[in-house]
Design a protein around this ligand. Structure first.
Ligand SMILES: *[C@@H]1O[C@H](CO)[C@@H](O)[C@H](O)[C@H]1NC(C)=O
Ligand SMILES: *[C@@H]1O[C@H](CO)[C@@H](O)[C@H](O)[C@H]1NC(C)=O
Ligand SMILES: *[C@@H]1O[C@H](CO)[C@@H](O)[C@H](O)[C@H]1NC(C)=O
Ligand SMILES: *[C@@H]1O[C@H](CO)[C@@H](O)[C@H](O)[C@H]1NC(C)=O
Ligand SMILES: *[C@@H]1O[C@H](CO)[C@@H](O)[C@H](O)[C@H]1NC(C)=O
Ligand SMILES: *[C@@H]1O[C@H](CO)[C@@H](O)[C@H](O)[C@H]1NC(C)=O
Length: 424
């Protein structure tokens, strides 16, 4: 057996070597760079493996045909993978915010890719809020909110009339708009593109599972019955938003608290339905690269599929929901990343010449709380550049320093306030 497989491998190597000249016409490299039409961003192995396994059968190619390495990629996921003609690429960032930001920045600044016309599809699993969906549901978001970017008291030490120990920087109570911004609190992407992606994803026949469906039925017992109605329905494609937190929070009280944070920070328009650990990090990287003209932020898409409920059904503890109960949503969530995601990829490739190459103009504001990409944010205190956006190569920062301005935000604003009341 061993001899046979070695011989087969040798034959495969010989065939590959022979095949190389024939593949030249479909080389992914154009002017020394790969210019993918779609870059799929996975966060950990299972989300990536499903694409390696299934994409070849779609006719769109094999992501393991081209492996590109770059300094700064995750040591666990050291390659960006592309199909032979470079039209679709995929990378895995590693989990949580630091890994996500580092890896995407490394790929983008490697010099090996031209991402100026690339559509980005963040495609991962998440905790699902039973108010919006169920295990296996597919959400396409307009916002991601970095909900744990706050002060926090342990609930046992918080003022007795608070409903959560989290409260925004520069504030003295929960659910007040933060007084200081770091810049990554809320990131808003194109609703127009999101809605097109929902149309494509809705063609998919999503995977379901009997154990997962039965778990969803448990939420019917909550009163009023309308509150968690989507949890007991079959999975579908929904429009609602994600929250990002390195802390893997779970339970009804934190779920409700972060729903409120999402509402307040998006000035009433965001709806938290999926919780995950990377989205704000990836989208912040894309904002920074868009300032330099290296990516087009109107081409970012954010898709999450529900692998477990963010809070327990009635009569179950938060602990049992998170660690003990068999929700059985993981595999269908992974399947549905591919089933919904491949329809989005196909939709973009099929419509490339008519629609997507030139781009889809967003009808909504896109960008961060500073208004970094120009325009006026429809959330938060307003553009820090009076609507112009930041210029590339640091020119805006230099101008602001010369004029003696700072954003007036960040941790120092907290110190200034404490100094004013004599607490330093
Ligand atoms: C790319 O890397 C994968 C492992 O991640 C490997 O299975 C595959 O053979 C590699 N492809 C090429 C063309 O070297
Ligand atoms: C909690 O009580 C304090 C002191 O009475 C009051 O100032 C504050 O508004 C209350 N906060 C909430 C969230 O009810
Ligand atoms: C979904 O299922 C229907 C009915 O079996 C079938 O006609 C359709 O092609 C399927 N869609 C996809 C995207 O596979
Ligand atoms: C939850 O527990 C209470 C008290 O034991 C019981 O009355 C109620 O029927 C239970 N609800 C469900 C959905 O099991
Ligand atoms: C968002 O809400 C905050 C707090 O109420 C307010 O100060 C800010 O002006 C609002 N921003 C927009 C764009 O409406
Ligand atoms: C800010 O922009 C508006 C137009 O959007 C303009 O009328 C106003 O003069 C600008 N303010 C400053 C201080 O540049």
């Amino acid at each position: 057996m061993r001899f046979f497989s070695t011989a087969a491998a040798a034959l495969a190597v010989a065939q590959t070597a022979y095949a190389v000249p024939h593949q030249e016409h479909s080389s992914p490299w154009k002017h020394g760079k790969i210019a993918p039409k779609v870059l799929i961003i996975s966060l950990f192995s299972p989300e990536a493996d499903i694409w390696y396994e299934k994409l070849p059968s779609s006719g769109l190619g094999d992501l393991l045909d081209v492996n590109v390495t770059a300094p700064g990629l995750s040591m666990l996921f050291p390659h960006v993978h592309c199909v032979a003609d470079g039209s679709v690429c995929q990378m895995t960032t590693g989990e949580s915010e630091i890994n996500a930001a580092s890896s995407v920045m490394a790929a983008a600044l490697s010099g090996k890719f031209d991402l100026t016309k690339t559509y980005f599809l963040i495609a991962g699993i998440a905790g699902i809020n039973p108010k919006y969906g169920t295990l296996g549901s597919v959400a396409l978001a307009k916002y991601t909110v970095q909900v744990a970017l706050q002060y926090e008291f342990d609930a046992r030490e918080m003022p007795s009339n608070w409903s959560t120990g989290y409260f925004g920087y520069g504030t003295d109570a929960p659910n007040v708009y933060p007084g200081n911004a770091y810049g990554t609190e809320v990131l808003e992407i194109s609703e127009t593109l999101r809605d097109l992606a929902v149309g494509f994803a809705s063609k998919a026949n999503l995977s379901t599972d009997p154990t997962a469906s039965a778990y969803g039925q448990l939420y019917k017992a909550v009163q009023p019955a309308s509150l968690y109605a989507p949890a007991s329905q079959p999975p579908s494609v929904v429009k609602c938003d994600t929250v990002t937190s390195d802390v893997y929070f779970s339970g009804t009280i934190l779920g409700n608290a972060f729903e409120d944070v999402t509402k307040v920070w998006t000035n009433g328009t965001g709806e938290y339905c999926m919780t995950a650990q990377e989205d704000s990090a990836v989208l912040e990287v894309l904002v920074r690269l868009a300032i330099e003209g290296l990516v087009d932020f109107s081409r970012a898409m954010l898709m999450r599929t529900g692998s477990d409920f963010d809070r327990p059904p009635p009569n179950e503890t938060a602990f049992d929901n998170l660690r003990i109960a068999d929700q059985n949503g993981f595999e269908i969530a992974i399947d549905n990343i591919y089933l919904a995601g491949v329809e989005i990829v196909k939709g973009i490739l099929d419509g490339w010449h008519t629609t997507f190459r030139k781009g889809v103009k967003p009808a909504n504001y896109i960008g961060d709380i500073f208004g970094s990409l120009g325009g006026r944010p429809d959330f938060g205190p307003g553009s820090t550049t009076n609507g112009t956006g930041y210029k590339p190569h640091g020119r805006s920062g230099d101008e602001m320093r010369r004029r003696g301005l700072s954003s007036g935000m960040g941790r120092k604003a907290g110190y200034a306030k404490r100094a004013a009341v004599g607490q330093n």
